[in-house]
Write a protein that binds this ligand. Structure first.
Ligand SMILES: [Fe+2]
Length: 306
């Protein structure tokens, strides 16, 4: 391994996973069919698709709140996984036949590096494992061709049991472990934090006959909208310090899904870059606030001739 070129993270994406995005796109893998909808978010992902086409990374790593593990952090570690993933909340929108190649060498290195950080780690080696819809929606929206290997990491649900600082420290340690694993294995990697921002939502679909009725789609509350804009502005400025300061309040007032730790993990893995995040789009899904944003680390290194 020492003869290998040091790997690096070429980019990171805030890449939310409402199943509605896949439903609105009507890919052949998804059984339910729609008349479209949520284009502002779906089209925001086009920037990601063309960037990945240019960058041709070796691997995409995704941290999803919907692969919840009670004990420790689990890493997908089966070379090939196929199956049908059904969203438990929206089975009428998302029944998706998935197939993915997993970068098991990198997964193993994350497992080892996580352990060396003192984290409880486990490799998920069940060949019949049904991958969660959060992981799948994010990966589909980023790369619908599925021609780039992936590594998926579970969300340990300690944020929901412990003090925010405990969860933050764990996720930062996992981020550092992930970065070292990428460097050691020589990968050019893209990261994805599969999370929505504000997460209060309507208790039921506003139009059950036509879920993609865009006349009924709007933010759950003005306060929630203002929070999302504040957070997006901080990330656009590259002001991660202010973002981290307001994070506990943001999470408690908007039930923000970032509480699952995905964005904390990604920012830590990227060494909390001070570069402005590129904003590609914002949209609501049954009232929740979602943004597609990019940290172009490779582009910024090139610009700085590093
Ligand atoms: Fe979610």
């Amino acid at each position: 391994m020492s003869s290998k070129k040091l790997g690096s993270i070429v980019g990171g994406w805030l890449a939310p996973h409402p199943p509605h995005l896949v439903y609105g796109e009507n890919p052949p893998q998804n059984e339910p069919k729609s008349r479209g909808g949520w284009e502002n978010l779906r089209w925001a992902y086009e920037a990601c698709r063309s960037k990945l086409n240019e960058q041709k990374p070796d691997v995409i790593l995704v941290h999803s709140p919907h692969w919840q593990t009670v004990v420790g952090h689990h890493v997908l570690s089966v070379p090939r996984l196929d199956g049908l993933s059904v969203d438990p909340i929206f089975p009428h929108l998302f029944r998706y036949k998935f197939g993915m190649n997993v970068d098991c060498e990198l997964a193993n290195e994350i497992f080892l590096e996580g352990k060396s950080e003192g984290l409880t780690m486990k490799k998920m080696e069940n060949p019949d494992f049904r991958v969660d819809y959060g992981t799948i929606v994010t990966l589909h929206m980023m790369n619908p061709n599925w021609d780039i290997p992936v590594v998926a990491i579970s969300a340990n649900n300690s944020p929901y049991f412990y003090d925010d600082h405990v969860a933050q420290n764990e996720m930062e340690a996992l981020g550092h472990a992930t970065r070292r694993a990428i460097e050691k294995t020589g990968r050019r990697a893209v990261l994805a934090a599969s999370v929505t921002l504000s997460h209060l939502h309507f208790p039921k679909e506003p139009n059950q006959e036509l879920p993609e009725d865009m006349t009924r789609e709007h933010i759950f509350s003005q306060a929630q909208y203002e929070w999302d804009m504040k957070v997006i502005e901080m990330l656009k400025r590259g002001d991660i310090e202010s973002y981290e300061k307001c994070l506990p309040q943001f999470m408690s007032e908007t039930f923000a899904e970032v509480k699952a730790g995905s964005l904390t993990w990604m920012l830590a893995a990227m060494n909390k870059p001070k570069i402005p995040a590129k904003f590609h789009g914002y949209g609501t899904v049954i009232g929740t606030g979602n943004a597609v944003m990019e940290w172009d680390l490779a582009g910024s290194r090139e610009a700085n001739h590093v």
